[in-house]
Design a protein around this ligand. Structure first.
Ligand code: G
Ligand code: MN
Length: 299
């Protein structure tokens, strides 16, 4: 009714986008399993309550182990259930049509955190953000990202799943990726090797880097076949002119084997777990950042 509209305008002024989020939420919540309805109901408030927080995981030069980059990961600091990983709330956000909003909220808070953190340091780490298709097809996203990161004097990358389809005839996503690349953003293929995308479709993204999925890295050093698979993946990526990042690097042996195989960048529990800003500050504690890495092909 009229009252709703008036109230909506007030709420909208205080929390831009919230009225639209509430409307989408109301439309979709009835399709959810009862178990997920509680999280769905809480999720809308999570945006306004700043409960959606970025966590940070370092990425390292595979040979020197210097920090070269930071991946930003979404977490939900739920007032009752505690810290929730994206696997628990992302599917719900997607069903509610809020996954794009989630990406933007995390990106915005990361920019607020990292701008001041690195304001006085010379070298900046490369930043990598996970983005969903909803974000990629948002026509306002490239300009939003350009504005948000205009003062970040180091590469900013968006990680996209290899399953992001570029072959279904719709050119919305390829067009969006072209725009992002033209604006100077880089694209990393996330979880490479875990899906069943063709190499051809992956290369159509014109990625900067391939991130080898942790399921391929974990058996490294235990299973002799794993070594061959990792070696072949690194060689393939580098011969296509791409940087290769290994994720799920959990042991010193993983790190050692990856360096020996010529992998460019390593990320995983062996170096750091995803951590809140406070712990990132302690972790970096004056360590020099080595900005960017160059593959043999590029140097
Ligand atoms: O899909 P993506 O690769 O962006 O997922 C990253 C997730 O993987 C994070 O939520 C993080 O908690 C988790 N992660 C990061 N490093 C490791 C690791 O070394 N081992 C395992 N098992 N998980 C990791
Ligand atoms: Mn990722």
């Amino acid at each position: 009714g009229v009252g709703d509209v008036g109230h909506g305008k007030l709420v909208e002024a205080q929390h831009p986008g919230l009225v639209d989020q509430l409307a989408r939420h109301r439309r979709h919540r009835r399709h959810l399993a009862p178990r997920d309805r509680r999280l769905a109901d809480d999720l809308v408030e999570a945006f306004a309550g700043r409960e959606l927080v970025p966590f940070y995981q370092t990425q390292h030069d595979a040979r020197t182990h210097a920090v070269t980059g930071i991946e930003v990961l979404a977490r939900w600091q739920h007032p009752e259930f505690g810290l929730l990983p994206p696997a628990l709330f992302f599917p719900i956000a997607h069903q509610l049509g809020l996954d794009g909003d989630l990406d933007l909220a995390i990106m915005t808070r990361a920019a607020e955190d990292l701008g001041p953190l690195f304001a006085k340091t010379g070298a900046l780490p490369r930043l990598a953000f996970n983005v969903t298709s909803s974000t990629l097809i948002d026509p306002d996203f490239p300009e939003f990202a350009q504005h948000l990161f205009k003062r970040w004097q180091a590469p900013v990358a968006f990680e996209i799943l290899e399953s992001v389809s570029l072959e279904d005839g719709d050119d919305t996503i390829p067009f969006a990726l072209d725009t992002l690349r033209e604006l100077g953003f880089e694209l990393d293929i996330d979880d490479f090797g875990s899906g069943h995308a063709s190499i051809k479709s992956v290369m159509q993204v014109r990625p900067h880097a391939l991130k080898i999925d942790r399921s391929i890295i974990l058996p490294l050093g235990e299973d002799p076949a794993a070594e061959g698979l990792v070696a072949a993946t690194i060689t393939m990526g580098q011969s296509l002119g791409l940087q290769v990042i290994a994720e799920g690097v959990e042991t010193a042996q993983h790190a050692h084997r990856l360096a020996a195989l010529g992998c460019d960048t390593v990320q995983g529990y062996h170096f750091s777990k995803p951590m809140p800003l406070k712990d990132l500050k302690t972790y970096l504690n004056g360590d020099a950042i080595t900005p960017g890495t160059r593959s043999a092909a590029a140097s």
